[in-house]
Ligand binder design. Structure first.
Ligand code: NAD
Ligand code: UGA
Length: 459
């Protein structure tokens, strides 16, 4: 079966970049990405590539190459469904905020809506691909909806979870460690293998049954996050024993059985998926009465919350047990460098903690706009939007953020922070001038020579 037309429902951080690369590499396939969000689609279609809704290094040139040739962004969901041979579902699957499983289970309402819409519109056979991260056995529910509400056409369901990381999405898509395809129908599996084989070496395209594929995505994220929590737990021990967490990471990472990646201690992992997917794994384990398994993975989240809290508490304790009315400059708001995404960013929670103590927080992030920062804080509901705007100021110039600050807190590892004129910053800050480095980004010896009181995670 040769795929000629692909539709992707959901033009977000995954759907947009993934489909752009599929279109870039498959010139004979027409790829249409649809979304209900008109503003998002308009931004994907903007002639000014700096306005794309997702900031990712290298994405603008991929979009420039394929858009209008065989890559299209549209809000006409029905037309795109009807004409496609293969439909990717790449909508959001956030943690439920209501009802059974509130705070843990994945909310599958958007997925179900997609399935119902596909069933209602489709007048020819389709391969439906789960690109969103989903609880194991979701394909069963999808199949039931498609078969029972459809027009008598055949649907084959595949699971094809996405492993790209934000900030390196294009790189990850161009040279993935692996592509994973789960399914039951060999012809459908082969059709999707052929799409990826246009640029991915076939030995990197793994095929499994549906349930292994769905579960592997949750497990991959759980293992990655668990490494971060593991090293973060050691960072606390380093701080009181005189060990240095970077040296410990280097020492253990040289063991090829452990490996060196994902051992960078931090103020805590963020991002839209680690917490959501582990909570989902915990929920699934509990729903099968696997209490020990659930408790084991839940600890990864507990430790991550602890890491964010203790970073904020260290700031308060070090500033003589009060930050009331003090200026704390935040360098970075995104959950990691090279992305404008702030979902679950540690910065949000650290700020919230300091705002509870009536600190003034001044934020500079090279890619995150002020509206997003206020939106993130308002979403927590800890205080009124007016209070958030009274206590938090967002600026476009890092030197302005730091002038008159009692302390600087590094929340994101943006490269540019390393190149600032820290001598000039020292002059402009209140004395003693404190730096709390949540990313172990800056050169501690250099900052101490300049007269800063410098604290880094795990040092
Ligand atoms: P996102 O919120 O950026 O994008 C989802 C988009 O789907 C939104 O634009 C929304 O408007 C649209 N949408 C929702 N319901 C729709 C419907 N019925 N019809 C049309 N459009 C609809 O989310 P994302 O970050 O792209 O994540 C999507 C999925 O991919 C999630 O399951 C996530 O867990 C998974 N994932 C994300 C990443 C990542 O780095 N962000 C990586 C791997 C996997
Ligand atoms: C992560 C996974 O790496 C992807 O494979 C997966 O596809 C994606 O989740 C997803 O399912 O959404 P992402 O969250 O974009 O990707 O970014 P990561 O590079 O994994 O970083 C996650 C968080 O962990 C960031 O806050 C980062 O700063 C932190 N981190 C990462 C550390 O604190 N230390 C590390 O050593 C690595």
């Amino acid at each position: 079966m040769k795929i000629r037309k692909i539709t992707c429902i959901g033009a977000g951080y995954v759907g947009g970049p993934t489909m752009s690369v599929i279109a870039q590499k498959n010139l004979n396939v027409k790829v249409t990405v649809v979304d209900l969000n008109q503003a998002r689609i308009d931004a994907w279609n903007d002639a000014d590539l700096s306005k794309l809704p997702v900031y990712e290094p290298g994405l603008d040139s991929v979009v420039a190459e394929a858009r209008g040739r065989n890559l299209f962004f549209s809000t006409d969901v029905e037309k795109a469904i009807d004409e496609a041979d293969m439909i990717f579902i790449s909508v959001n699957t956030p943690t439920k905020t209501y009802g059974k499983g509130k705070g843990q289970a994945a909310d599958l309402k958007f997925i179900e809506l997609c399935a119902r819409q596909i069933a209602a519109v489709a007048t020819s056979d389709k391969i439906v691909v789960e690109k969103s991260t989903l609880p194991v056995r979701t394909a069963e529910a999808l199949k039931s909806i498609l078969d029972n509400t459809g027009n008598g056409v055949n649907f084959h369901i595949l699971s094809n979870p996405e492993f790209l990381a934000e900030g390196t999405a294009v790189e990850d898509l161009h040279a993935p460690d692996r592509v994973l395809i789960g399914g039951e129908n060999q012809e459908a599996i082969q059709a999707l293998v052929d799409v990826y084989a246009a640029w991915v070496p076939t030995e990197r395209i793994l095929t499994t049954n549906l349930w292994s594929s769905e579960l592997s995505k949750l497990v991959a994220n759980a293992f990655l996050a668990q490494r971060v929590s593991s090293i973060n737990s050691i960072s606390e021990l380093c701080e009181i024993t005189g060990a240095n967490v970077d040296e410990v990471s280097r020492a253990i990472g040289h063991d090829s059985r452990i490996g060196s990646k994902f051992l960078k201690a931090s103020v805590g992992f963020g991002g839209s998926c680690f917490q959501k997917d582990i909570l989902n794994l915990v929920y699934i384990a509990r729903s099968y009465n696997l209490a020990a398994v659930a408790d084991y993975w839940e600890q990864v989240i507990i430790l991550n919350d602890h890491q964010k809290t203790r970073f904020a508490e260290n700031i308060i304790k070090t500033l003589y047990n009060t930050v009331n009315g003090k200026n704390i400059a935040f360098l970075g708001w995104a959950f990691k460098k090279d992305t404008n995404d702030t979902r679950e960013s540690a910065a949000i929670y650290v700020a919230d903690h300091l705002l509870d103590e009536e600190a003034n927080v001044i934020v500079y992030d090279p890619k995150v706009p002020a509206e997003q920062i206020y939106k993130d804080l308002d979403y927590l509901g800890t205080r009124t939007p007016e209070e958030n705007r009274r206590l938090v100021k967002v600026v476009n110039d890092p030197y302005e953020a730091l002038a008159d600050a009692h302390a600087a807190a590094i929340l994101t590892e943006w490269d540019e922070f390393k190149d600032y004129d820290w001598s000039r910053i020292k002059e402009s800050m209140k004395k003693p001038s404190f730096v709390f480095d949540g990313r172990k980004l800056l050169n501690s010896a250099q900052l101490q020579d300049l007269g800063f009181v410098y604290y880094a995670i795990g040092e």
